[in-house]
Design a protein around this ligand. Structure first.
Ligand code: SAH
Length: 252
């Protein structure tokens, strides 16, 4: 298939100035790159990302639809917008990163596995820039997202405000304690890796719900862990290796 070029799809370099009277030719300084000039507002860039996610094995149509709908470039620094739809993690300030689209999609797919339609209440630990919260808002009825760094909590609020997602509740606090008032949760998803899955999360999980969390293994390497809470107990599955920022206690 003939792939369309990504961007700049509509790089607007401005109308060349009419030749001034006998003025020496001067090289115009390049205009600053602005998101709207890169064609990132176009659905085509996200459709291309979603095609790639599907080729990488993401199957759940709910996840693909959500990934196709959320404008990732609105959540990253203006200097990085041209990488917003690449399969790469990006810095979001305060030493933290937004995960690769592929990792977000994989984790949300794991969270939804075995369910149909919309998930109920979800807790996200590690709001960061708010991107994943916006994705979750499209697959779950209510999203509680907690962040321990004030600066990022505020940034996520600013990023999400124009989206007017009435079902996203941003909280500032230590997510290792969970957020009991929002529970019990159909799903809990962590964007930071701890030494173990905190007991508060297990307690706040509804029966039939699942936790998806990067967790440090005995060898020191992080892996994705899924904890399912059934009527007769917990079942833990260890999946592929991942690299997440550390889950830390307390707020800052
Ligand atoms: N989902 C985010 C990814 C953010 S990176 C996004 O889409 O941008 C992980 C985040 O987890 C960081 O912002 C970090 O500060 C936060 N974090 C780490 N430990 C935490 C804790 N105990 N409670 C809440 N947030 C935590």
């Amino acid at each position: 298939m003939n792939r369309r070029p990504g961007f700049p799809a509509r790089l607007d370099l401005g109308t060349p100035a009419p030749a001034a009277k006998a003025a020496p030719a001067r090289v115009q300084p390049a205009p600053p790159l602005a998101p709207q000039g890169l064609g990132l507002d176009s659905q085509a860039v996200r459709t291309r990302m979603v095609d790639k996610l599907a080729a990488q094995g993401v199957r759940d149509p709910r996840v693909l639809a959500a990934m196709g709908a959320v404008e990732r470039h609105r959540f990253v620094d203006s200097a990085l917008v041209n990488q917003a739809y690449e399969d790469t993690s990006l810095p979001i300030g305060l030493g933290q990163t937004i995960s690769k689209p592929n990792v977000v999609a994989r984790m949300v797919e794991l969270l939804l596995a075995g369910t149909e339609g919309q998930l109920g209440r979800v807790l996200e630990v590690g709001t960061g820039c708010g991107y994943q919260a916006a994705v979750l808002a499209r697959v779950a009825r209510e999203v509680y997202s907690i962040e321990r760094l004030r600066g990022l909590h505020d940034k996520a609020r600013d990023n999400l405000r124009p989206l007017r997602l009435a079902n996203v509740h941003l909280l500032f606090g230590d997510g290792m304690q969970g957020f009991a008032r929002g529970g019990p949760y159909a799903g809990i998803i962590a964007a930071a890796g701890g030494e173990a899955v905190p007991t508060a999360w297990v307690e706040q999980l509804a029966v039939g719900g699942r936790i998806v969390a990067p967790t440090v293994m005995p060898g020191g390497q992080q892996a994705l862990v899924v904890v399912e809470k059934g009527p007769s107990g917990l079942r833990q599955t260890v999946l592929e290796a991942v690299h997440f920022v550390p889950l830390k206690s307390g707020v800052a």
